[in-house]
Write a protein that binds this ligand. Structure first.
Ligand code: ZN
Length: 186
């Protein structure tokens, strides 16, 4: 899991040293969990021998992902298209059909026409053991595999394409978020 360090905390760490860090927060960044610092984050250097000998591999395996082959998706449970704030890239909840819109997140007033489309989709399939599985695909995956340009996303054709896929190799993480897709062209 990645850790994002901000401002004055960056100077407190050096490559090759080991630290004990208290009071972190977990955030979602483009569908991936990352650790972030808060006002109460404390960073202390440590000489703990057990921690010093932890390998990098051990650290990166904490978040696991798996790849399985899905014969076909059973359903597209939801596709949502929304407008993104041109500055903070978060979803603008109440897009105004006027020249300007105020972002609900960063409170900036922006030109409505500058807000690009964002999209996410939820699909279901039945795993080999009979269990139903629901996966979420975020914009990066959708635009990489199913559209030519970001401006070009159409909910209906995306749903049709998703349901027409066969033998899909899906890689997803602990949160059932799709991180990679592979399929033969139809
Ligand atoms: Zn914003």
């Amino acid at each position: 899991m990645e850790l994002e360090l901000w401002e004055n905390l960056i100077d407190k760490v050096q490559t090759g040293n080991t630290y004990l860090i208290h009071n972190l927060s977990v955030r979602l960044r483009r569908g991936k969990k990352v650790l972030g610092t808060t006002k109460s984050t404390i960073i202390r250097a440590t000489n703990d021998q057990q921690l010093l000998h932890l390998s990098n591999d051990g650290a990166t395996n904490i978040s696991s992902s798996k790849t399985i082959t899905v014969e076909q998706f059973d359903s597209v449970d939801r596709v949502e298209k929304f407008k993104k704030c041109v500055k903070c890239h978060k979803k603008v909840i109440q897009i105004a059909y006027t020249l300007t819109t105020q972002c609900d997140h960063c409170k900036r007033t922006i030109r409505t026409a500058d807000c690009r489309d964002g999209i996410w989709a939820k699909v279901s399939f039945t795993a080999a053991n009979g269990e139903p599985v629901t996966l979420v695909m975020f914009e990066e995956i959708i635009t990489t595999h199913f559209t030519n340009t970001q401006e070009d996303i159409d909910i209906q054709s995306l749903s049709q394409t998703l349901l027409s896929l066969k033998n899909i190799n899906v890689t997803f993480d602990d949160n059932n978020i799709v991180t990679d897709l592979n399929f033969a062209p139809a």
